[in-house]
Design a protein around this ligand. Structure first.
Ligand code: SAM
Ligand code: DTB
Ligand code: SF4
Length: 329
């Protein structure tokens, strides 16, 4: 395994890895995981929807798109004080990363963005890794976020370039890739992954992984979401993703991008501890915790604490705590 960190994976190679017998695939992924990651450590992140609903985009999976009747009400941007209160709750619940999401197509240079900049500064002073997911960004906007203390920016490619148009018509794959480039140019960490269960084929999943794993720099984190099929969205009738599909996706991501944090993201609320344990075996080393993702339910801090105890998992320290340790040596 001399050459694990590669950016030249071919589709054929990925196809072969992805299609291996599942136990072989898990063994290979767990081996890469042991070499590059602290096994038994799981990063604990919390999401907060700072601006919910009323979004102009038509993402077929999303309960926050204004055009679907999902029961999600549109809200204004949360106040600074409320956001800091939630960040403190997250910290007290054991989270080390806090991700603020907004139901925006793209960031605009207005007073709401100024307020988000203040929120980033405030959460940063609590010692949490700060992440945002606000839609498309220009390079200047990415730089402002970086200067405010943002650590990572989440912007998912969701699926393959080929299938993208079946899921979203109000923006293109290239729009997404452009934002990822702007995020990188500003020196922010990239958090980029996808969703399975949208009606895509295995080939689409393989192509998404190929796009991620052949970027000049692998994303720092790769969220793997199982579709949460929300009533009122065009994808409300989609069948639930099977655990083995999550395992295949996570294990392949781990093998292709050994140093990335692979996040077992949406879909955990429907998974048992045993099912989640298989995902950790396959190389997942990050979760979202706290009773809500953005708008849908998620296991709360207590449930996750119990799971960590049962499985003997340890929460990963924030990169800030690690920096302090290094400085003290
Ligand atoms: N509006 C911004 C954007 O689209 O980039 C940020 C928020 S958006 C809700 C963040 C991500 O959540 C999406 O890119 C998608 O991958 C994920 N997501 C949204 N709805 C989901 C669902 N029902 N199931 C799983 N993942 C979902
Ligand atoms: C990601 O990949 N998954 C999170 C986070 N990044 C922003 C969002 C999942 C949203 C699930 C649907 C909801 O709760 O609204
Ligand atoms: Fe809007 Fe983001 Fe939801 Fe798409 S995924 S509808 S851009 S909030």
């Amino acid at each position: 395994m001399a050459n694990d960190i590669r950016n030249d994976w071919t589709l054929e190679e990925i196809q072969e890895i992805y299609s291996a017998p599942v136990l072989e695939l898990m063994y290979r992924a767990a081996t890469v995981h042991r070499k590059y990651q602290a096994t038994g450590e799981v990063q604990v992140c919390t999401l907060l929807s700072v601006k919910t609903g009323g979004c102009s985009e038509d993402c077929a999976y999303c309960p926050q798109a204004a055009r679907y009747s999902t029961g999600v009400e549109a809200h204004k941007l949360m106040t600074y004080e409320d956001v800091i209160g939630k960040a403190l709750d997250a910290k007290n619940g054991g989270s080390t990363r806090f991700c603020m999401g907004a139901a925006w197509r793209n960031v605009r240079d207005n007073s709401d963005f100024d307020k988000v900049i203040d929120m980033v500064k405030g959460v940063n002073t609590l010692g949490l890794e700060v992440c945002c997911t606000l839609g498309m960004l220009t390079e200047d906007q990415a730089k402002r976020l970086k200067e405010a203390g943002l650590y990572a920016y989440n912007h998912n490619l969701d699926t393959s370039d080929e299938y993208y148009g079946d899921v979203i018509t109000t923006r293109t794959y290239n729009d997404r890739l452009e934002t990822l480039d702007n995020v990188e140019k500003a020196g922010l960490s990239v958090c980029c992954g996808g969703i399975i269960g949208l009606g895509e084929t295995d080939d689409d999943r393989i192509k998404l992984l190929h796009t991620l794993a052949t970027r000049a720099q692998h994303p720092e984190s790769v969220p793997v979401n199982a579709l949460v099929a929300v009533k009122g969205t065009p994808l409300e009738g989609q069948e639930r993703v099977k655990t083995w599909e999550m395992v295949r996706m996570i294990a392949t991501a781990r093998i292709l991008m050994p140093k990335a944090m692979v996040r077992l993201s949406a879909g955990r609320n429907e998974m048992s501890y045993e099912q989640q344990a298989l995902c950790f075996m396959a190389g997942a080393n990050s979760i979202f915790t706290g009773e809500k993702l953005l708008t849908t339910p998620n296991p709360d801090f207590d449930a996750d604490r119990e799971m960590f105890q049962l499985l003997g998992l340890k929460p990963r320290e924030s990169f800030k705590a690690l920096q302090k340790e290094v400085a003290a040596i």
